[in-house]
Design a protein around this ligand. Structure first.
Ligand code: EPS
Length: 386
């Protein structure tokens, strides 16, 4: 069986949950390791008041015994502390909410499209599930996948490279300091100067009642060649990673390596020439492909850049129309974040971890982690002997 997961839960409901299937038996999984990832997702300058209410951690409901996977579905529960303040509005049983419904959809949010599609009158029915609160559950699922990948030496990290018009300059940041610097920065940006400017910009935009997007890098080291496949459209690893990443709330583009810039350069500047020596085997001196060729990992670092649009909940709302009166109105102003790019990087790590873990399981099989490792070792031995 492949690896798959689903999430459930509304932003202001009782909880968000994730169920992850296909994790091989015997894998060590500590719930604290999942909690570390949840805490990383909650940080970042630009988050709103909600993050001061929540302290996310998982209650493991099934699938683990003595910190080891059983091979059965792993179900995790993350409480919404804010639920206490929403028990009436979000009650699963019918209660009177004094006719308080949301009728002025926010441009850029799921409000209007969801309302048209599902035939509801109150777009809270849509926004509660469209909310990026759901990404807490994805990060929990991704954290379990990260534990699986760690067994094979795969490491997934991310960092912010742009917020609004401020871009990071990483030319002078040593490669080995990028991750550390990012984790130490309030905006998860490895360039300290740019970090300061980004924070100042978020403050400025917040004072104007506006919001910001940006870009982040997510990468995976030590990925073996041959994950994904060129043989069918839906098996291609870059396609699968893109689906997973584009499905993160507010993500607008996903680029591998050189990405869209490849469209503007000659072939000689777009590809990674192939070399060989007996020590390294086949190797490249560049990684313009971002670690994927022909829909398969090629053994180089997987390097992805994602762009996130500004959050559509503005304190100074945009033009909209009241769904009942049809009169011009300002969109609903609801509490929200100003900039969630730092958190989105952490969510993207989870998305990449899930897709890579799934591709690993497909390539190496194994109901138990020991079987999977044996198959991996045999394959790597063959690849190394080429
Ligand atoms: C979100 C709106 C805000 C964010 C939320 C996503 O929540 P609230 O409406 O309660 O202020 O803080 O993000 C989270 C709760 C989270 O855990 O990331 C939205 O509309 O997407």
């Amino acid at each position: 069986m492949s690896i798959r997961f689903v999430t459930a839960g509304e932003s202001h409901g009782r909880s968000v949950i994730a169920i992850i299937e296909g994790i091989p038996a015997g894998l060590n999984v500590n719930s604290e390791d999942i909690d570390v990832e949840l805490a990383r997702r909650q940080k970042g300058f630009g988050r709103g008041a909600r993050m001061r209410i929540e302290t996310d951690y998982v209650k493991v409901l099934s699938g683990l015994r003595h910190a080891r996977a059983l091979g059965s579905p792993i179900a995790v529960y993350i409480a919404n502390k804010d639920w206490e303040n929403w028990t009436n509005v979000m009650s699963p049983i019918s209660v009177d909410i004094d006719g308080k419904i949301l009728t002025k959809p926010r441009p850029g949010h799921a409000d209007l499209a969801g309302l048209m599609k599902y035939g509801v009158k109150d777009f809270r029915d849509i926004l509660e599930r469209a909310s990026a609160r759901e990404t807490a559950a994805r990060v929990a699922a991704g954290a379990v996948c990260k534990e699986l990948l760690k067994e094979f030496g795969v490491r997934i990290t991310s960092y912010t490279v742009q917020i609004g018009k401020i871009t990071a300059d990483l030319k002078n940041v040593p490669k080995e300091k990028i991750w550390y610097n990012a984790e130490m920065s309030y905006v998860r940006c490895p360039d300290a100067k740019a970090s300061k400017k980004m924070i100042a910009l978020i403050k400025k935009i917040s004072a104007k009642g506006d919001t910001l997007g940006g870009k982040f890098v997510v990468k995976a080291d030590n990925v073996p060649p041959g994950l994904g496949s060129h043989t069918q459209w839906d098996l291609k690893l870059d396609g699968r990673l893109s689906q997973s990443l584009m499905s993160i709330q507010a993500i607008k583009s996903v680029e591998f390596g050189l990405g869209a810039k490849a469209a503007g350069v000659a072939g000689s500047e777009a590809h990674d020439e192939i070399y060989y020596n007996s020590k390294k085997g086949f190797y490249r001196n560049t990684n313009r492909a971002g670690g994927i060729e022909g829909g398969m990992s090629n053994g180089e670092e997987i390097f992805i850049t994602c762009a996130m649009k500004p959050i559509p909940s503005l304190a100074k709302p945009l033009h909209s129309v009241d769904l009942i009166t049809k009169k011009a109105e300002k969109a609903e102003a609801v509490r929200s974040d100003i900039c969630a790019v730092p958190a989105a990087g952490v969510v993207a790590e989870a998305a990449v971890a899930f897709e890579l873990a799934r591709a690993f399981k497909e390539k190496f099989g194994g109901d138990s982690i020991e079987d999977m490792k044996r198959s991996y070792e045999a394959y790597m031995e063959r690849v190394r002997s080429l």
